[in-house]
Ligand binder design. Structure first.
Ligand code: ASP
Ligand code: SER
Ligand code: ZN
Length: 581
């Protein structure tokens, strides 16, 4: 016979899921309207809906704690645990405080979305997309430094808001039993939080030698281009010269860094523009990839309700995101799509979220999530790794498959995107964890940010920074409270997934030439992992797809093997590393 508390616990979970579903839908709708139409009214409405959801979650999480220590079926105790972890921000005790936190959070998001930089008094004020385009293309260090500094001023007014936000967010996390908000974020990984930290460090240690090699090669080429007065031969790379506002991906520098003997024919930006692909068609292309794996096409509402382009005449938050408003099939993406190779990747990334969300929609609410958040971020990127020359030829974007002996360019471009990202992926939450724990107090927010950017990425700001600045606020995930370690995990996992899919297809060629396009068996493997949602600890999901229960950075090393030898040859006699690492 089932114990009384077991019956009560199950009834509690069912009622909690119903309540949370209702409030989540309301909060998502309000957030959607806010992010696609920013006004003081929509800001107030989203803050209100968030406060309701986060307060209800805290209440329910407290009541869930009453069942702690009693023997319950695995799935019930898993749901009770996930309930406490379901949101990155929880309401602090007190209605006033709860609304204050929600208001601060909406306000910071709004500042980010409305950020502009006006290069000169007569000129037009540039939004982040326009600034990003210039940063990708300009090779003028003076202009680049001005764009960089101009955008970073967006963080300044966020600073006092962020200080208060940290206090309130921590109070919310403490109310459900965590030491602070960072501890709550780290508790999401089905292992003791300290062990998770050690995991991330272990993975970083495995890939760090490759990063240092790439860093050395890029710095050497930038010294040739800009001279030692701009780029120190053995010091950090100036962060404004890497083709991206946060120096988090460097592939926009590819034309500057391309090996002379690389194939020039696989430039996606060029291919897409030549074909006059528009934003909607770009999304169709990505959808067709998923369809080729056996996934159902996206619902009509996706096409009606998504935002693909920046609308005129109103403020929106352009930072790309994927949504599942009703947590069943009201899937959408929100992006200001530009026709570039970079955005082509982002579209695949976002659709990966949507196909994952749809596949686990049959799960009970608290299991409608990925195995861990790194999995959610890895899926679309895994598909994107299959955008190979063979795929482009099969789908008519290339006339012929270029021979593989000139692939060093392809690999370098991928490394500039994926390997360059790793230390940034690690440090954003490395910093936030220390901020939430109080290890880094407000008077050291900015200096610690730059110490960490130096230590992990080996980059330095173009202009002196001080504690009057708040440079973390110039990165979307800080004002939007989106945890970031997930992107580091995803950068590792996608190569592990890709290698596993290649192995199960019997592929023996180089990994960067393997594509799952049209491979229904690969689609079925992915789908069965998606369908598990968060119902099992993530090692089970990883095992289902890859046969392994641990995250493994050797996938990335295997993928880039042919490039590693090339980078070693290119950096012979060139300084490697930097002071302060
Ligand atoms: N593509 C964006 C990024 O990864 C948003 C997302 O995660 O979907 O931040
Ligand atoms: N989409 C994430 C970002 O923009 C990770 O690539 O930072
Ligand atoms: Zn994502």
């Amino acid at each position: 016979m089932r114990a009384q508390w077991e019956i009560e616990a199950e009834a509690f979970v069912v009622a909690a899921e119903a309540r949370l579903l209702e409030l989540s839908i309301e909060a998502s709708r309000a957030a959607w309207v806010y992010e696609t139409y920013i006004t003081p009214d929509t800001e107030a409405l989203t803050a209100r809906a968030d406060a309701r959801l986060t307060s209800a979650t805290v209440d329910l999480a407290r009541r869930a704690a009453e069942f702690e220590g009693r023997p319950l079926p695995d799935s019930t105790s898993r749901k009770l645990r996930l309930l406490r972890l379901s949101l990155p921000l929880l309401a602090p005790p007190g209605e006033r405080e709860s609304e204050e936190l929600a208001r601060l959070s909406a306000s910071m998001r709004g500042r980010y979305a409305k950020g502009r930089y006006q290069p000169d008094r007569a000129g037009e004020a540039l939004d982040l997309n326009a600034i990003g385009r210039r940063m990708a293309e300009s090779r003028d260090p003076v202009e680049l430094a001005a764009l960089w500094t101009g955008w970073h001023s967006v963080g300044v007014p966020m600073r006092p808001e962020f200080v208060r936000y940290v206090e309130l967010a921590n109070a919310g996390s403490r109310a459900v039993g965590f030491a602070d908000t960072g501890a709550m974020w780290r508790a999401k990984y089905d292992m003791p939080p300290e062990e998770f930290v050690a995991e991330t460090e272990r993975l970083w240690a495995e890939v760090r030698p490759l990063y240092r090699l790439l860093h050395a090669y890029v710095r050497h080429r930038l010294v040739e281009r800009y001279g030692e007065s701009v780029v120190p031969r053995s010091g950090p790379i100036p962060a404004h010269l890497l083709g991206n506002m946060w120096a988090q991906t460097w592939d926009n520098l590819y034309p500057l860094l391309a090996p002379p003997d690389a194939d020039p024919g696989v430039d996606l930006t060029e291919i897409l523009r030549r074909r006059k692909v528009d934003p909607r068609e770009l999304v169709r292309i990505a959808e067709r990839f998923f369809a080729s794996l056996g996934f159902e096409p996206l619902p009509a509402t996706f096409w009606e309700r998504s935002m693909f382009e920046k609308p005129a005449g109103r403020e929106v938050l352009c930072h790309a995101s994927a949504w599942d408003i009703d947590l069943v099939d009201d899937l959408r993406i929100k992006m200001c799509i530009e026709i570039t190779g970079e955005e082509f990747h982002v579209v695949h990334h976002e659709l990966g979220h949507n196909f994952y969300q749809r596949a686990y929609a049959h799960q009970p609410l608290l299991f409608r999530d990925s195995a861990n958040d790194g999995f959610h971020e890895a899926v679309g990127d895994t598909i994107d790794l299959s955008v190979t020359p063979e795929y482009l030829a099969r789908t008519g974007f290339l006339d012929a498959v270029p021979p593989p002996d000139r692939d060093v360019g392809l690999l370098l471009r991928k490394a500039l995107e994926k390997v360059a990202f790793l230390p940034f992926g690690l440090l954003v939450d490395g910093w936030r964890w220390r901020v939430f724990s109080g290890d880094v107090p407000p008077e050291r927010y900015n200096s610690t940010w730059w110490e960490m950017r130096l230590r992990y990425q080996g980059v330095a700001p173009p202009t002196p920074r001080s504690e009057a600045d708040f440079d973390p606020g110039a990165k979307a995930h800080i004002p939007s409270s989106t945890p970031y370690m997930r992107y580091f995990l995803a950068a590792i996992l996608q190569f592990q997934f890709h290698r596993a899919l290649a192995r199960s297809a019997g592929w023996t060629g180089p990994l960067h030439r393997f594509s799952i396009y049209g491979d229904r068996a690969a689609g079925a493997r992915l789908r069965s992992m998606f369908e598990m949602g968060a119902s099992r600890p993530w090692p089970d999901a990883l095992e289902a797809l890859t046969g392994s229960r641990t995250m493994d950075a050797t996938g990335i090393l295997d993928y880039f093997r042919p490039l590693i030898g090339w980078l070693e040859r290119e950096t012979r006699g060139v300084p490697i590393g930097w002071p302060g690492e």
